[in-house]
Design a protein around this ligand. Structure first.
Ligand SMILES: NC(=O)c1ccc[n+]([C@@H]2O[C@H](COP(=O)([O-])OP(=O)(O)OC[C@H]3O[C@@H](n4cnc5c(N)ncnc54)[C@H](OP(=O)(O)O)[C@@H]3O)[C@@H](O)[C@H]2O)c1
Length: 405
């Protein structure tokens, strides 16, 4: 067993906390070499006190300066980097072999690409990297000689349900080559699964963030409520497992015990089950192919509620259909949808638009954007992302004006 040296991108977030918890349980296996975040320097300072990384990076320059000062006072010698380059640099450190990518949103693309290009084991939570530039990212994984392991619980479940020999090669030849007919992603349905449709206009960010099963960051919690998260996961599954949109299904499973399923040509369906705790997929990917204790309470089958399943209601969850539409359209459509959604979710969190306006903004931006080929460089992807955000901002302003916000 060799020591794995880890860079954790998004260290101060929810996935970051779960990762540090698992790693600390196995300090003989995992060394926290570098940590990165956006601007929460106080939280990062606390993490430095506990984990003593050799390097840290903050996107925000002023926050990085405060952290430098704080660490000096603490007598901690971690090198503090800053800016886009600083975050990308800790993702590509020569002494690091594993990078866990858990920065929220489009901001995660660049550092995650840097990790892939430098041939790391990339443990991917930041699905937006694949949604924005699927072909670009998978090419970076191939040419960089990186290994990609999914952290999203659904994709990690699928990974675990694929035959061992095919797990690595699924990303090269597609899960079809392993006899897979269908991938079935489970979804909890979020907090508004049964809320009367007419009441959705009045729901607050706090209600939308109160996920009935998973405890997550604010952005992904809103995406779970709208099921845009599931839509982005469909796109992620397409890239990770080489399956067409038509063979990726979504089923509502409110108990979140089954994390996803793989249907084979012979009629077998394999599922991965577990308590809804992100430490399980994180531990699986960190230690792969070994298994380690993640501190997760195992399922007690005798005490489980009945497991139920239902087809998603597209009237309630229009964002899911938009994601399928974007995947089918190809080119830049998924990138456009992701950018529009990020702006719309932020506007909802800031109470500028109502909850149903998130889907309305995404739909308006998607249909107003002319078809364009998929980005072939990261600069192209970012330029397209920035232009889409501008358009989405205008759309948000119009919705907000209508609402009188
Ligand atoms: N939470 C889950 O259960 C879950 C499950 C599956 C997948 N994911 C995915 O994992 C990612 C992280 O989710 P989360 O729930 O952990 O989010 P979160 O709690 O909001 O944490 C986000 C992290 O990203 C950092 N960050 C944000 N913008 C950044 C930027 N521009 N540059 C550098 N760092 C930045 C934040 O730093 P600051 O604290 O300094 O702002 C924080 O460390 C997302 O892509 C999400 O879709 C999450």
């Amino acid at each position: 067993m060799s020591l794995r040296r880890l860079t954790l991108l998004g260290a101060t977030g929810s996935i970051g906390a779960s990762t540090l918890d698992v790693a600390a349980r196995h300090s003989e296996r995992f060394e926290i070499t570098a940590l990165a975040a956006h601007k929460n320097w106080q939280a990062l300072r606390e993490l430095c006190r506990r984990h003593r990384p050799r390097h840290v990076a903050l996107l925000d320059e002023r926050a990085a300066a405060s952290l430098r000062q704080g660490l000096r006072e603490d007598g901690i010698a971690s090198e503090v980097l800053s800016g886009v380059e600083g975050v990308a640099a800790v993702a590509a450190l020569p002494e690091v072999d594993t990078v866990l990518a858990a920065i929220t949103g489009a901001a995660g693309l660049l550092p995650t690409l840097a990790a892939a290009r430098s041939g790391k084991r990339v443990l991917l939570a930041n699905k937006e990297a694949l949604v924005m530039g699927g072909a670009l990212f998978m090419e970076a994984v191939r040419s960089g000689g990186a290994t990609l392991l999914p952290i999203d619980s659904e994709h990690n479940a699928i990974f675990q349900c694929l035959p061992a020999m095919q797990q690595y090669s699924a990303q090269q030849s597609g899960a079809r080559a392993a006899g897979v007919r269908k991938i079935i992603l489970t979804a909890s349905g979020g907090p508004f699964r049964e809320t009367p449709l007419a009441a959705l206009r009045e729901v607050t960010p706090e209600q939308a963030c109160a996920h009935p099963v998973w405890k997550m960051g604010r952005k992904i919690s809103i995406d779970s409520a709208t099921m845009m998260n599931k839509g982005l996961e469909v796109i992620e599954a397409h890239w990770l497992f080489g399956m067409p949109a038509a063979d990726i299904d979504v089923v509502i499973h409110p108990q979140s015990v089954i994390h996803s399923l793989v249907e084979y040509l012979d009629g077998s369906t394999l599922a991965q089950l577990g308590s809804p705790d992100m430490r399980t997929p994180i531990a699986q990917a960190l230690a792969f192919p070994d298994r380690v204790d993640a501190g997760v309470t195992p399922l007690n089958f005798a005490a489980l509620p009945p497991l139920t399943f239902a087809a998603p209601d597209h009237q309630r969850f229009p964002c899911l259909a938009l994601a399928y539409q974007a995947l089918e359209a190809g080119g830049c459509a998924a990138l456009v949808l992701n950018a529009a959604n990020e702006i719309a979710v932020e506007a909802f969190l800031n109470r500028r638009i109502a909850y149903p306006d998130i889907a309305a903004v995404c739909e308006a931006v998607l249909s107003a954007t002319p078809a364009a080929a998929a980005p072939t460089t990261v600069e192209e992807a970012i330029a397209f992302d920035v232009a889409t955000r501008r358009m989405a901002e205008k759309c948000v302003a119009m919705q907000a004006q209508r609402r009188g916000a």
